[in-house]
Design a protein around this ligand. Sequence first.
Ligand SMILES: Nc1nc2c(c(=O)[nH]1)N[C@H]1C(S)=C(S)[C@@H](COP(=O)(O)O)O[C@H]1N2
Ligand SMILES: [Mo]
Length: 312
Amino acid sequence: MLIKIQNELPEHAITPPEVYAARRTFLKYGLTTTLTLGSGLLSQPAFPQLGQAEDPAKLELTPLKHIQNYTNFYEYSYNKEDSSIWAQNLTLDPWSIEINGAVARPGHYHLEDILHRFPAEERIYRFRCVEAWAMVVPWLGFPLADLLKLVEPTSKARFVQFTSVLRPEVMPNTRRSSMLIWPYTEALRLDEALHPLTLLAFGMYGKPLAKQNGAPLRLVVPWKYGFKSIKAIVKISLLEQQPISSWSLAAPKDYGFYANVNPSVPHPRWSQATERLLGSRFFTPRRRTELFNGYAEQVGELYSHLDLERNF
Ligand SMILES: Nc1nc2c(c(=O)[nH]1)N[C@H]1C(S)=C(S)[C@@H](COP(=O)(O)O)O[C@H]1N2
Ligand SMILES: [Mo]
C-alpha cells in the first residue's frame, strides 16, 4: 500500500463538510484523497470499505454539527453540550501511547510514529449509544489489528484493555465524586480487537477528530454500544484475564463486558428495540435497532457459542 508523505499542505487538504458528500462518490471509485495528520500530510488511494452491512453510500451521514455538539465525555461533564465545550481545554501535543502487558514489543509509542505507519482508511459506520440514540459517522482511521500486529501480542494475550487520558486540571467531573472511577477504561476480547471492523480513529469527515469526539485517537467498535468506543487513548494493555471496565464496575447490572447492540436485550430501565437518529426531526419515526448494530454478518461468528442474554 502506498503512503506518500508530503511536507506542504495543499489547499484542498481540508474538505468542508458541505462538499464532503459529493467527494464520497469519488472515494468510492478509488481516486486519491488527502488528509492532514499533525504536521505531515498523508496521501493515499481510497480503500474499499471492509465488511459494510449495507452499501455505505446509502447511509445518510449525520451532520458534523450534531456529532460535535452532542457528546458523551464524562471526564468533563455528564451534560452532552457541556462536555463538547470543556473538552477544548485538553492539549493534545505531544501525545504518546503506552503499550504494555503480553506483547513482544512494549513501549511508549509517539502518536505521530503510529499514524505515519498505517494507511488511513475512511469507514462509514453506524454508531449506537446505549442511551438509544444513533448516528452515522465517516471515520478516518486504521484497523486496531494493524497496531496490535506491530507490537506482537504473545500467546498469553487474551484481552486488550484501553485507558483514556486523565488530566483532572482540565476535567472538572474527575474532581468530583462520581459513579465512574477514573481513568476511563474499556476492554475487548483479543479476537474482537483483531476483527477488521475494529478501528482506531483519528479523524472524521476528512479532518482531524474534534477533541470532544476523542482526539487524538479513539477506538470505534461499530457493533457495540458506544461506551466501548473509548476516547483519547493513552494506554493499551494486553492481558491474560478479562478486566472490569469503567461502566461494568460502576453499574454491573446495567452494563456488561460485551455490550453488543441487541434489540431484544433491554437495558434494565429502557427498551433497546428502537433508536433515535441524531439530528432527525421531531416527527421522524425511530428506527428499529439491528442486532450487532447491522454488522451481524461480519461479527456474528465471534459470539456463536455465547448466550447473548446472559453475556450482555
Ligand atoms: N474517555 C471516554 N470515552 C468515552 C466516553 C467517556 O465518557 N469518556 N463516553 C462513551 C460513550 S457513552 C459514548 S456513546 C461515546 C460517544 O462518542 P461521541 O461523543 O464521539 O459521540 O464515547 C464513549 N467513549
Ligand atoms: Mo454511550
